[in-house]
Design a protein. Structure first.
Length: 231
């Protein structure tokens, strides 16, 4: 899959990854504070999940910034080896992000599947086997970077995992009809849309832009809910 990134947006994605990671670290901190008061496992799963997700996003922010600087300084006579080094660093950062994100989403499933533990464990076993099969049997295309070969599989897997979490939050909203439950529902819906848009980045560069905007809205909505709880 070839990913289309608008030239004018190249560099902004690094800033949005960075902002999202900062919001994620704040969410992790506040969920840790809530867990220290409630001792509820659900809050510990959310704390660890957003911590892992934020580390992955921060690694992307740093790597994309490095790539953008190299791209900006590259002219027609630049040495191709410099670009190759940048891309190999991107491979490492994106694959680390893929792994950390999947672990975070597993924790989210555990957090929201506490009422049906057998179903949650069954889903987790399925996704673990699915990821192992992808890593073992999906061929790496020689026409693109290593991480691009797994891009579509990662976002499809993440979307399926988040559909479960989003559904639980939609049900929770219609049960409680509160502003906090609405914010949490919107947060996971927009984070899910981040993966939906990424599945179509080969169609238009705007899909890549919409994906990052959705991610930022999702994280901000959840942060607003936590700040309301803090008050």
């Amino acid at each position: 899959m070839h990913i289309i990134i608008p030239v004018w947006f190249y560099g902004f994605d690094s800033a949005m990854y960075f902002v999202s990671s900062i919001v994620g670290f704040l969410l992790s901190f506040y969920f840790y504070k809530i867990y220290s008061l409630s001792s509820d496992k659900k809050h510990s799963y959310l704390y660890l999940g957003f911590l892992l997700l934020s580390i992955g996003l921060l690694s992307l922010a740093i790597t994309d910034l490095y790539s953008y600087i190299a791209f900006s300084n590259c002219h027609a006579s630049c040495i191709l080896g410099i670009i190759d080094d940048v891309f190999s660093l991107e491979d490492f950062a994106y694959l680390a992000y893929f792994g950390l994100s999947l672990m975070a989403y597993i924790l989210f499933i555990l957090a929201y599947g506490s009422e049906s533990p057998k179903f949650s464990k069954g889903m987790l076993l399925f996704f673990v086997l699915y990821v192992i099969l992808i890593a073992k049997f999906v061929p790496i295309s020689g026409e693109c970077n290593v991480w691009e070969s797994y891009h579509g599989y990662f976002h499809l897997t993440s979307l399926i995992m988040l559909i479960f979490v989003s559904f639980r939050n939609v049900a929770n909203y219609f049960e409680k009809k509160s502003l906090n439950s609405l914010l949490v529902m919107n947060a996971f819906i927009f984070i899910s849309l981040f993966h939906v848009f990424h599945l179509f980045v080969f169609i238009s560069g705007w899909m890549y832009v919409f994906a990052h905007i959705s991610m930022l809205i999702g994280f901000s909505s959840l942060l607003l809910m936590v700040l309301r709880l803090k008050k």
